[in-house]
Design a protein around this ligand. Structure first.
Ligand SMILES: [Ca+2]
Ligand SMILES: [Ca+2]
Ligand SMILES: [Ca+2]
Ligand SMILES: [Ca+2]
Length: 490
């Protein structure tokens, strides 16, 4: 593995005041989050550029705030010679670009049909402000926006005209070849769809009434399948089901009837055991419980948070890969036992589902040597080593809450073994961030120099806490690329 990547890294230019002055409220105590890094070829010159979203956390966690989240977008243009330049003026015709929110997920697709990829973020104000009081949930809503290409390599931020606490966005391929933008959050009764009509994104009702347990697509994660039949558009979708407090059920939807409608949902036996759960606060409450593939889980995680689709074998029907986060009960639930939330570990796992017009089925035994004790989000579900078979890359994150963290984390890579398994790759020997250097540096894979080989990108996810409430005094926010020299092999 030592010869797969260059041993020295290229470091992207520092955005200067766009970053250093971003959290001007109190630069000493307000952390800058490097939220999402999106490789995207903005000017269609075959070289991936990089669009990065930064936002600030509040000085004190859990305060009621109704002001916008301070944030910034920085576009790094690929010069085609393994260097990048900050290009906000060139791309956005402005030095400073803001969305007025924090970002949870991102999808790129050509929404306006001009051949250039556009950008849709899941926008909210879940930046560490209060959620648990009257009106606090409303303060997590952000104005929803989309970044559309102008057809010449420049881009414009367009307001979509409504507010939401959004966790899930997706692009839905239409028979025309264009994509609808679909936005799902925790505050509105339905998901909201937009289509590019007569020169602007206009709201459509196609996604508002699919039926099912909650008569909506879920709010935590939502994934529309790629087009399977030419010119048919996307015909299948999955989302978190929203009808179980642990949120690990999944619902599936089909457009076979001509309109999006609910098809099936998992049956993980969602139930609640009275007075069997001691929370962090020592309060005894009911124990929420589900059973997945013979294993009992309770809450304490994030439920279904992330999803993607991939083909386990080229040409086969795509499967859905869904991250779920919950607390397993070792040996399963025993009647009469009171379980302590703080005693149970949180696991993050991937569930794989077969999805059709008629049913939704858990497919077990796909992920081999799974890493279950890391926090992560799904970064890529595509062929990352050029053998024709889709693989999975997870980017680790360190959670929130202000705890001391020191996570110089490699990506988690599952390579397809060409026999319907995704096998965790031993990454011993790949470049790592030096322990002397930085906290909360996380890695992912993308081809950033256009040679077809995935490169290793590390970024500093957050200016972290060294201890207690003392922030790391190093304000530098690095993004580094170790160029790939050859394809990853099992
Ligand atoms: Ca480019
Ligand atoms: Ca476009
Ligand atoms: Ca592969
Ligand atoms: Ca490369």
């Amino acid at each position: 593995m030592t010869t797969v990547f260059d041993t020295t890294a290229y470091e992207l230019p520092h955005p200067g005041d766009a970053l250093d002055a971003l959290c001007a409220e109190d630069p000493t105590f307000v952390p800058v989050n490097t939220s999402l890094l999106l490789p995207i070829d903005l000017n269609i010159d075959t070289f991936n550029d990089l669009v990065v979203h930064y936002f600030c956390g509040p000085k004190v966690q859990g305060l009621y705030l109704d002001t916008p989240t301070p944030d910034a977008i920085v576009a790094f243009k690929n010069n085609g010679d393994k260097t990048f330049s900050i290009a906000n003026n060139e791309v956005f015709d402005a030095e400073s670009i803001k969305l007025s929110g924090s970002t949870r997920k991102v999808v790129k697709a050509d929404f306006n049909g001009d051949g250039y990829s556009d950008i849709l973020y899941a926008l909210n104000r879940e930046d560490g402000r209060a959620q648990g009081c009257d009106n606090c949930a409303a303060s997590n809503e952000a104005p929803q926006k989309i970044i559309l290409s102008d057809g010449d390599g420049t881009y414009t931020v367009a307001d979509l005209g409504f507010n939401e606490w959004t966790h899930a966005v997706d692009a839905v391929q239409m028979p025309s070849g264009n994509y609808d933008a679909v936005i799902s959050g925790f505050r509105n009764d339905t998901v909201t769809g937009f289509r590019y009509i007569d020169g602007s994104m206009q709201e459509v009702s196609d996604y508002a009434n699919p039926g099912g347990p909650t008569n909506r697509f879920g709010a935590s994660t939502m994934r529309f399948f790629p087009e399977l039949t030419p010119a048919a558009g996307s015909m299948l979708a999955v989302s978190d089901s929203g009808d179980c407090s642990i949120q690990v059920n999944l619902s599936s939807f089909s457009k076979a009837s001509g309109a999006w409608s609910f098809v099936d949902k998992t049956n993980f036996n969602c139930r609640s055991i009275p007075n069997a759960y001691e929370q962090y606060t020592n309060e005894i409450t009911d124990l929420p419980l589900v059973t997945i593939d013979g294993q009992d889980y309770t809450g304490g995680g994030f439920g279904n948070e992330e999803s993607c689709t991939l083909e386990l074998t080229p040409g086969d029907a795509p499967v859905a890969v869904v991250q779920f986060s919950a607390q397993p009960i070792e040996g399963n639930y025993v009647e009469g036992t009171v379980y302590k939330q703080s005693d149970l570990p949180v696991q993050n796992r991937l569930n794989v589902y077969e999805v059709s017009d008629t049913e939704l089925m858990l497919k077990t035994g796909v992920v081999v040597n799974e890493k279950i004790d890391a926090l992560y989000r799904i970064d890529a579900c595509r062929d990352i080593n050029n053998d024709g078979y889709d693989d999975v890359v997870l980017v680790q994150n360190s959670g929130g809450g202000g705890e001391q963290t020191n996570t110089r984390a490699k990506p988690i890579v599952y390579l397809n073994d060409q026999a319907n398994h995704l096998v965790r790759l031993d990454l011993t020997g790949i470049p790592e961030i030096d322990p002397s250097e930085d906290y909360e540096a996380h890695g992912f894979l993308a081809d950033m120099d256009g040679d077809g080989i995935e490169d290793l990108v590390y970024f500093r996810a957050r200016r972290g806490y060294m201890s207690g409430t003392a922030l790391d005094t190093n304000q530098k926010n690095f993004i580094r690329i170790y160029w790939g020299l050859k394809n990853l092999q099992p």
